[in-house]
Design a protein around this ligand. Sequence first.
Ligand code: NAP
Length: 208
Amino acid sequence: MVIGLIGSGKIGGTLAKLAVDAGHSVVLSNSRGPHTLSELVAELGPNARAATAAEAAAAGDIVVVTIPFGRYREVPVEPLDGKIVIDTNNYYFERDGHFPEIDAGETTDSEVLAAHLPGSRVVKAFNSINFAHLAEQGLPAGAENRRALPISGDDAEAKKVVTELTDSFGFDVVDAGPLAEGRRFQRDKPAYGPRLTAAELRDALARG
Ligand SMILES: NC(=O)c1ccc[n+]([C@@H]2O[C@H](COP(=O)([O-])OP(=O)(O)OC[C@H]3O[C@@H](n4cnc5c(N)ncnc54)[C@H](OP(=O)(O)O)[C@@H]3O)[C@@H](O)[C@H]2O)c1
């Protein structure tokens, strides 16, 4: 599978490494242009290349959007039509500026991205784990005390694909429900940050 990355920073770079290690190809992109990603491409090896964001979006069977949330309007729309889009973003008003509808609890960061990408099948995933933990805490399927990660989304088939990908990266998955339920594992919620097993994560999501 080809995984496109829009954003190749701490989380994007970590997911790219996990994807390459799991046997996929990756197409990386950032805001400054492919020439600024040569070091990361060299580290990742022959199954990685760098491109523009629009090219990464077009190339990916699955595309990860992993940028500062406040820049979501810069994400290319047309090449993502019909595709599964993994949204790792978190809303931090200190970094992103205030979004009054999110502050008021009327919507969530992922729903705002999904509204920008009306033809895409957006799944919120990997937003609640620190990038260093994502790199280090994966375990084989069935391992005792394996960490679980939450996802949310409105498309069952897209969630199945993201669940399988997450499993191949070393983590169980707990489906928190429709995309709007991503509010249960956003910043300051019990499911945001700690290392939890699937049973513990279900409990934390219920409390969130
Ligand atoms: N750090 C974590 O542990 C962590 C964990 C979970 C979720 N998250 C969330 O995931 C998102 C990414 O976090 P991060 O820590 O990986 O950020 P980061 O290290 O600052 O990387 C951000 C990446 O996005 C790129 N970017 C910015 N605007 C872009 C655009 N318009 N088009 C394409 N690429 C663009 C940046 O490229 P340039 O450098 O060229 O601008 C950079 O490669 C954030 O929303 C964050 O809150 C972070």
